[in-house]
Design a protein around this ligand. Structure first.
Ligand SMILES: Cc1cc2nc3c(=O)[nH]c(=O)nc-3n(C[C@H](O)[C@H](O)[C@H](O)COP(=O)(O)OP(=O)(O)OC[C@H]3O[C@@H](n4cnc5c(N)ncnc54)[C@H](O)[C@@H]3O)c2cc1C
Ligand SMILES: NC(=O)c1ccc[n+]([C@@H]2O[C@H](COP(=O)([O-])OP(=O)(O)OC[C@H]3O[C@@H](n4cnc5c(N)ncnc54)[C@H](OP(=O)(O)O)[C@@H]3O)[C@@H](O)[C@H]2O)c1
Length: 281
């Protein structure tokens, strides 16, 4: 049974007309319940036109070690019709009430291999648009527990102002350079999928959708991701996590499956797998 909790919007950062970061805190001042990086919280609001509460899932971007609020990265859905909950959420101001349901979800970091040994493989975290949100939580959590795993965050967005956590992720990479990769091994790369548009004229990085990091051009031996990490990517050395549109997941699988990577949903007989994904739409 769904148990609704009362919450308050405590922070709104409008990145652009249809993209915001919001924080939701419990109204009773209690700490937020424990959750795992990668899980989602359900938000709800009474929608007058529908005469009912509409609830929707949002991946938590904040760290599970931070107990004051859930931070969420939300797109206002406009087409073909204005989304019922997001239209309401984008009209909320700091101090407004919102319903939340305790976090759940299976899109969490795999810590152990199928045989119970630690999964020490490189983590490649691929987010399309708001699909970055769970990986911000992963990164903050891994930092907090002083993980020594190699982490590569890849973010794909249409426009440069949609690189929503660029500062935090760049800082995490800087820290890696300052401290040494033996202590904290983190990389962040972004890709812009509409580089020809005037608004993106300042972009000099990777061009194309996020899965383009995996593409092997015929005149090259390594994909861009492989150039970044300095070796061939194999199921033995790397695990993938993909979040965003189903097309983003399909795009990643298109490159990875022929290389022998296997999804959690289609795991090998011994229970092993190399790719986890979460998508919708
Ligand atoms: C696990 C999970 C995590 C998620 N995390 C995030 C996240 O971090 N950030 C994020 O922004 N989103 C996230 N989502 C998506 C989110 O849950 C909502 O689906 C999304 O915000 C749209 O909700 P809405 O009520 O505004 O739209 P809805 O009203 O549900 O509309 C959905 C779509 O249907 C269309 N539509 C609505 N009514 C009609 C109609 N009568 N006829 C034709 N078309 C119609 C709308 O135009 C829209 O395209 C996540 C989803 C899942 C499953
Ligand atoms: N945990 C979850 O399950 C979770 C969490 C957060 C978000 N989501 C979902 O992820 C999706 C991302 O939404 P968004 O508004 O943030 O994305 P967006 O900004 O519209 O797009 C992000 C990137 O994905 C590309 N893209 C768009 N449609 C695509 C498709 N069909 N196939 C492959 N790539 C595509 C875009 O390329 P172009 O510039 O070429 O369009 C852009 O580079 C939504 O469905 C959202 O609900 C899921």
């Amino acid at each position: 049974m769904v148990v609704d909790n009362k919450g308050r919007v405590t922070f709104v950062r409008v990145l652009k007309e249809d993209l915001s970061i919001i924080r939701v805190s419990p109204l009773d001042g209690q700490p937020i319940p424990d959750f795992k990086a990668g899980q989602f919280v359900t938000l709800g609001s009474y929608i007058e036109n529908e005469k009912k509460i509409i609830r929707r899932a949002y991946s938590i971007a904040s760290s599970p070690h931070q107990k004051k609020y859930f931070e969420l990265l939300i797109r206002w859905v406009r087409k073909p019709l204005p989304g019922r909950l997001t239209t309401d959420l984008f009209n909320k101001v700091e101090g407004d009430d919102v319903i939340w349901v305790k976090p759940v979800g299976m899109f969490t970091i795999n810590e152990k291999m199928h045989d119970g040994t630690p999964d020490n493989r490189r983590l490649v975290l691929m987010g399309g648009g708001t699909g970055l949100a769970p990986f911000v939580s992963y990164s903050l959590h891994l930092k907090e527990i002083q993980s020594h795993r190699e982490i590569v965050v890849l973010h794909g967005a249409s426009y440069v102002d949609e690189l929503s956590y660029k500062e935090i992720l760049t800082d995490l990479e800087e820290e890696s350079l300052d401290k040494g990769r033996d202590k904290w091994n983190f990389r962040y790369r972004a890709s812009i999928s509409r580089p020809q548009e005037w608004f993106n004229r300042s972009w000099g990085g990777q061009k194309g959708r996020v899965e383009s990091f995996l593409k092997l051009d015929s005149d090259k031996e390594l994909s861009v991701l492989e150039e970044v990490v300095g070796e061939k990517i194999t199921p033995e050395n790397t695990s993938f996590y993909v979040c965003g549109w189903q097309g983003t997941v399909d795009g990643a699988l298109h490159y990875l499956v022929p290389k022998g990577f296997v999804t959690e949903r289609n795991k090998r007989k011994d229970g092993s797998f190399d790719i986890k994904f979460e998508s919708y739409g």
